[in-house]
Ligand binder design. Sequence first.
Ligand code: NAD
Length: 716
Amino acid sequence: MNTLKLEITAQGVAVVYIDVPDRSVNVFTPEFVDDMSAMVEQVLGDPAIVGAVVTSAKNSFIAGADLKVLVDAYDQGVTAVQASQRFARENAMMRRLETGGKPFVAALNGLALGGGLELALACHHRLLVDNPKAVVGLPEVSVGLLPAGGGTQRLPRMIGIEKALPLLLEGTNLKPQQALESGVVDALVSAERLIEVACNWVLAHPQVNKPWDVKGFSVPGGSGCLAPHAVKSFQYNTSLAKRDAGNYPARLAILSAVFEGTQLPFDTALAVEAKYFGTLLANPVARNLMRTMFINKSAADKLARRPQGYDTCRVRKVGVLGAGMMGAGIAYVSAQAGIQVVLIDTDRTAAERGKAYSTRILDKAIERGTQTREGAEAILRRISPTSEFAELDGCDLVIEAVFETREVKAQVIPQAEAPLMPSAIFASNTSTLPISGLATYSQRPDKFIGMHFFSPVERMPLVEIIIGDQTSQETIAHALDFVGTLRKTPILVNDSPGFYTSRIFSTYTDEGMAMLAEGVNPALIENAARLAGMATGPLAVTDEVSLDLQKRVIDQAHADDLPVQFLRSHARPIVEKMNALGRLGRKSGGAFYVFPQGAKKHLWPGLAELFPVAQAQPDVQTVRNRLLYIMALETARCVEENVIFEPADADLGAILGLGYPTWTGGTLSLIDSIGLPAFITECDRLASLYGKRFRPSSWLRERAVQGVTFHPQTAR
Ligand code: NAD
C-alpha cells in the first residue's frame, strides 16, 4: 500500500500510519481510499488482528479533500447526481470500518480537518494530541460545500444537533481543549503516549458498536421539528443562512441535511447528505470559492507571479515617506514583520504622529491579549520617526506615501534617492498617478515600481504591484519578496490610469451615483449592493473615501486629457454638487450619509430634495446587475488593454481590495460562471437602458463567439 504503512503489535493491534506520497499534508486521493479500504478488510478479515489505530506518519493527520480535484469536477461539467456519488467509496470504506465489529481508534497526531475529521468520527474512539496546532474542524462551508463523508450525520448523532450546527455552519476549527469539551474527541494525550494509549483502548474494547447502529437510538437532545431545541437550532440558524441572501447555498444545504438526515436511519441519512452535497458541487459558487479564495490565493501568497532567476531580497530597513494615514499603516506592518523603519514627514512632530498610530494599534492588541507589552515595545523600537532624508542611508526599499500630487512626489523622489545604495528599490503608493510618469523623476527608473496598499493597511490583505515602462524584472521580484514578508497577497498589474483596482472601484461608486441622479431610491441602491454580497454599498463607500478626493481624481483626469472612459462624466455632476455643498464624506460629518454621535449612520434625508426619487423604480435584480456587471465589464476591459494579465489576480484584486462578493469568485469568475454570451446580452440590455458604458467591446464579443473563457477550463 503506497499511502499507508501497517505495523502489527505483539498484542495484535494494527497501527496504521497514513503517509500520502508527494504531499506535505495528507489529503484524500483515490489511491488513499483504495489503500484504506484494503486495510480495513485486512484488519477485519485477519483473526490475529484485534483492532486498529489509525494515525499519520506526517506532522498532521489529514487536511481534508484535494480542492483542485473538486474544482476540476465542476469544470468537467459534473451533474448534481454524478456529484452526489463523489464520496460513495469513501463512505462505504468508513461505514465498513464502523460496522465491521472490531475497534478502530483515531490517534490524531496533528490537525484533522474536513475528511480527516470525518474519518476520525467514523472510528470508535478519538484521541487528540495535546498540541495547540492540532486543530480539528469541518471547514467545508467556507468553500461552499458540506462535509460529505458522513460529517453532517455523525457529528449531530454524537454531540447533539444544537452543538453540532454551529460547528458545521461556521466551519470553525477547534483547539484541543475545545474539541474535548464539545465532545468531538474523547481525550487529549501527549504526543509520546498517543499510540500506546490508543492501543490500550483497542485492547480494552474488543466489542464495539456505534450507538446509531443499535436499535432504539435517538439523537442526543432529540431531532425533528418537535425536539426541544428545534426552534433555537433550526429557526435561528435558518435566519443566519438568510443573511447569505441566497448567494451562498451551503448553509441551507447543511441545515437541510442535518434536519432531514437525523430523522432517518443512518444509511438513508448518508444518502440525504450525498444528495445535498451533489447540488453544491455542481453549483459554481463552490468552484469559485475554492479556486479564488484557496487555490489562487495560496498561489499568489507563495509569490507565483515572481519572475524567476533572482535572489530573494530580504528587506531589513525600509524608508516610508509621509507619515499620514497610509504611511503610518505601512510603517506599522513593516515593523511588525521585523523590519527597521525610517518614517519621514515634513517635520518630526508629524513623523511622531505617524508612529503614534502603531502605538494605538498595539495598545488595543495588548488590551485584547493578542500582544505582549515586550512584543509591542520591540515593534515600536523598530520605527524611527524623523524629518531627515539622510537617515534613509542603508534602506533596501523606500515607499513614498506623501500627498497625491505630482509636484510633491517630484520633490521627494530625488531627495530620497540621494542617500540610497544603488540596489535599493523605490516604490510609490500612489493610487492614481501613472508609475512611468513618476519614474521620470527618478535617477534609476528600472528600480522604480508601484506598490499600492489599501486602507487600513494593517487590515487589508491586498497589495497591487504596478509595473512601470522601465521597471526591471528583478525589481518586480524584490517588490514581491517584500509583500511576501508582510504576509499580504500581491497582484501584478501594468501601468495605466487608475491601474486595476482604482479603475474598477470607480465604476462601482460612479454607478451608484448615476442611479441616484436617475432617481433610483438610495436605499434600494445600497440594499441591492448588500444583497449582492458587496462589503459596502456604493454610496456608503464613497462617504468613506470622500468626495473631495473623487473630485481631485476626476479633475486630474481632465487636466491630463485622459481618454473619455476615464472622465467619469455620469458621476461628475453628483461629485461636483456634493463638493459645492461641502458634503465631503464621513470625515466632514457625512455626504450621502449622516453619522450621528453614538447612533448608527443612515442615509442623509436631504438626498430626497437633491435627487428626487422617481415614481418608477427598477427591480432589485437590475440594480444588483448594474453594480456587479459594470465592475466585471471594466475588468474585462483591463484584460483587453493588458492592464491585468492573470485572471486569478483580477479576481483576487476585486475581492480582497474592493469587497467584491466572494461567492462570485471575483469579477472574471462571475463572467465565466454566467457564461460570456449571457453576460454580453445583459450588458447590451443595460447599455440600451442606461448608457454606452455598458456596451461590450468587439474584442469581448469575439471571445464570446470563439467560446473563450477567462479562466482555463478542464476539458468537458
Ligand atoms: P495623508 O494626507 O494622510 O498623508 C500624507 C502625508 O505626507 C502627510 O503626513 C504629509 O505631511 C506628508 N508629506 C507631504 N509632503 C511631504 C514631504 N515633502 N516630505 C515628507 N512628507 C510629506 O495621505 P494618505 O491618505 O496617507 O495618502 C498618501 C498616498 O497614498 C497618496 O499617494 C494616496 O493616493 C495613496 N493612497 C491612499 C489611500 C487612502 O485610502 N487614503 C489608499 C491607497 C493609496
